[in-house]
Design a protein. Sequence first.
Length: 619
Amino acid sequence: MADIIRLLPDHVANQIAAGEVVQRPASVVKELLENAIDAKATEIKLIVKEAGKTLIHVIDNGFGMSETDARLSFERHATSKIQAAEDLFNLHTKGFRGEALASIAAIAHVELQTKKEATELGTRIKIEGSKLVAQEVIATPTGTSIAVKNLFYNIPARRNFLKSDAVELRHIIDEFQRVALAHSNIKLVLYHNGNELFNLPSSNERQRIVNILGGKTNEKLVPIEEDTDIVKISGFVGKPEFAKKSRNEQFFFVNNRFIKSPYLHHAITAAFEGLLKEKMQPSYFIYLEVNPETIDINIHPTKTEIKFDDEHSLYAMLRATVKHSLGQFNIAPVLDFDRDANLDTPYDYKNKQAAVPNIQVDRSFNPFADEKKITGNTAAPRYTNYKKEATEGWESLYVGLESKSNANAFSSVNIEFESEEMTSSLFTNEEPRETLTYQLHRKYLVSSIKSGIVIIDQHRAHQRVLYEQLLRNITVSEAVSQQLLFPVKFTFSISEIALLKEVKESLENIGFMFSDITDDTIELSGIPSNISESELQIIIEQMLNDFQGEIPDTGFSQTDVLVKSLAKSMAIRTGKKLEIEEQQALVNNLFACKEPTISPFNRTIFITLSVDDLDKKFI
Ligand code: ADP
Ligand code: MG
């Protein structure tokens, strides 16, 4: 009997491959857009007719192809992107199979025009059902234009299988959006039947999301950010109150490639646990950057699923990061205290060295409460999430000076340093009963420490205390408002009101309560408990001034600017006399801060003089 096995002719093999690569017009859109991106285009135009059934045309300003490459690009397994099997494990491009153009050309009429920067003339190639119909030299701009007409013209079964234009267009828009979200720096335009559907300028990721999903989206987004050895996570999650029934606002990108990952999706849903009503879906736009060697993209022909080396760590990190952001932006009820404390530092001082480490202080101590109030502390609710710590903590660092019965004696400049009792006690190991502070020139607080003395700038110290306190209020959502008996009204310019509206949410997090906002007035029914009504006008004006008409892009820096501004205007001034209790409270609170050494504006808060330093001056 004769042998019956035959090699399939190329065009048949291509058609079979096409069955896998090209399921519908949207698949062609995806392949062509990705090729344009791989060609380093900065502008890409997608023109579609009848939901891609009659025309899919992609024009890019990328690096184009030489005449030979243009012809080769339609061969199966012809690719410029990998050369050896090892390259598969270090992919920096979207494509690598060299199948797309060959597949598309097997089942459609394709016209390619392309030119490289270095050559004056370009190439035009026409292919129909894998057959070269025309090839010529033409004048054309640098870049590539590929028009795919009459898709599935030679596979009627496939063509008939296509859904309505509305459905197929939806698929095309989905692909377009995925590419657009993954590459916000690339200008992208989409026309359908002559109508412009999207015109997306090059922008940052947040702006791109807003341009695609509409202006209202901006307020829904909570930024997320984490940088570790195995992954860099960035992007946004939607606030829980904006969750939707559908899952169409859920995007993962790995090295700028859209992927689907039920496993990582689960990590996000876990982070939202307890925050969403049943069946509601969180929105997310998450960008993961990993070393290409640690992922395997090769496991699925249409490449939306990938395999990670260290999926478990990724899961944990993603969940923690999202949870943390939700907490930081006042959305989750409490912070996740199990995580690394460094990750909780809500501002960028975590790498700086603190000069006085391991200081523990009674955080519930209120600097400006009088003696009686200290027990029934007004500020206490704000700290309920924090463990109460022993007051002796930082004081044990301080020298064992004997307490005078009248502590106020130290407010006077005539302190008797030479007194026998004082000098001798400097060298005893007795536990201190009280740390002594004393105010110098209504500007500095001088306090004793084990190694000598510390001199603290009172204004800067208080700025730091307020800054951290306000940030913490926002983070753990425990801002304390004082309800005003009569709401107060302020008049501002239209642009100032616009500015206030933009930061309204952050202000509310701090404890401001707006009862009315018109075009030129605001009415407040509540204010943060540590602000007095009389300071209000100045504080708000100062804040508007600090924004200088410019609101930082991300919610986090917005909050940061706001909190700095408030800390600046609320902090006690140089020249204010402080009672001994106030001095001690301020010192206590300063050293309870995460970053007691520098003010929110990066100024030195205190200096120390050691006994050695002093000794040197007494020779
Ligand atoms: P792959 O993208 O997997 O390499 P394709 O079939 O999509 O395979 O493309 C084949 C080759 O054609 C690519 O490797 C690339 O060299 C070239 N090519 C395709 N599209 C473009 C384009 N828009 N600009 C420049 N070169 C392109
Ligand atoms: Mg490709």
